[in-house]
Design a protein around this ligand. Structure first.
Ligand code: ADP
Length: 315
């Protein structure tokens, strides 16, 4: 385990009867990291998060939070975890101040420090002006801020957020994502989400779980590299034989599409310039040429269709 590791999970395994929901999962989270935890429904995200937050016992494995063994010293380790479940545990009939004082006391913050803890959490979550408002009368975006404020009220090392922007409007989503990015600078954050662009907007690392196993882990920029184009779409007035296209430097394969266009796959060298040159020389009449960028959805589907780890770190 590295010294900087805020969460250290090793060989984490959980069965429900005969179903293996989490299968030998290991990973670390460092300070300053916002880790996007992705996976299809039933992949094992919630079970993993519940084990890390101390709400579900693993069948095997080890969990350390800020260097404290969660299974040996649960009370001590849980002080370093803030958790926002998918349904924020807010009381609609309390004011924001009443609720946050209550959460601060639940987290055993000493009486003399309650006011300061509530003040800091409100400041960080942009709740300074709504302390006396009833939570039930706040917009969903503000209620979510209150949910995040209760998660950070005891200044934990690790903040775990389950689907934090579900049900918010685009402006609220942007505000909550900005807040998460800010919190990421001095906490470690694990964020479960189904929304792939959310990972690009807020996370600096991503891991994908499928059938209980980690199948991919990489930096967000590494994942974006995988989205670089590796194919071109071309349309010709006088289409050449596919075999002529295969002769071009860099082309791995070419396929005829139903709409008359041709998809040209390449790996190292982009054949666009050679293709244009040849088209002029051979009178192919090239009138459309566009790089095809892979989407995050495609990568996600590729990864969750493969059964074996595709990244050394995940192995
Ligand atoms: P996710 O959060 O990625 O949707 P879960 O961790 O909720 O995945 O579920 C992982 C697997 O464990 C699924 O096959 C699910 O049906 C099963 N599972 C989850 N909770 C229970 C439970 N309490 N009892 C039995 N099976 C469960």
């Amino acid at each position: 385990m590295s010294n900087r590791s805020l969460v250290h999970v090793e060989h984490l395994t959980r069965y429900y009867s005969l179903t293996c929901a989490v299968n030998d999962v290991s990973f670390d989270l460092a300070k300053g990291e916002v880790l996007g935890f992705l996976g299809p429904n039933g992949a094992g995200k919630s079970s993993t998060m519940q084990m890390i937050t101390g709400n579900l016992a693993p069948n095997a494995g080890q969990i350390c939070i800020a260097g404290i063994d969660l299974l040996d010293q649960p009370k001590h380790a849980k002080q370093e975890i803030g958790y926002l479940p998918e349904q924020p545990p807010v009381y609609r009939e309390l004011t924001v101040d009443e609720y946050l004082y209550y959460c601060a006391r639940l987290n055993r913050i000493p009486r003399g420090k309650l006011g300061a803890a509530v003040g800091i959490a409100k400041d960080r979550c942009g709740l300074g002006d709504v302390g006396r408002r009833l939570i039930g009368n706040l917009s969903k975006g503000y209620q979510q801020r209150v949910g995040i404020a209760q998660a950070i009220i005891h200044n934990p090392a690790v903040v775990i957020l389950d689907e934090p922007t579900v049900g918010l409007d685009p402006i609220q989503i942007r505000e909550i994502r900005t807040l998460i990015t800010e919190l990421g600078t001095d906490h470690g954050i694990i964020l479960s989400t189904h929304i792939l662009p959310e990972v690009q907007a807020t996370c600096n690392r991503v891991q994908i779980i499928h059938h209980g196993k980690l199948v991919y882990t990489d930096s967000t920029s590494g994942m974006e590299q995988r989205m670089n184009p590796t194919s071109l779409l071309a349309a010709f007035q006088n289409p050449p034989e596919l075999s002529s296209l295969l002769q071009l430097t860099g082309v791995d394969s070419a396929e005829q599409l139903a709409d008359g266009r041709v998809r040209i796959h390449y790996s190292d060298t982009d054949p666009a310039a050679v293709l244009v040159e040849q088209s002029v020389g051979q009178h192919w009449g090239l009138h459309e040429l566009a790089p095809e960028r892979r989407t995050l959805e495609q990568i996600f589907i590729e990864l969750t269709c493969s059964e074996t780890p595709v990244n050394e770190d995940a192995a």
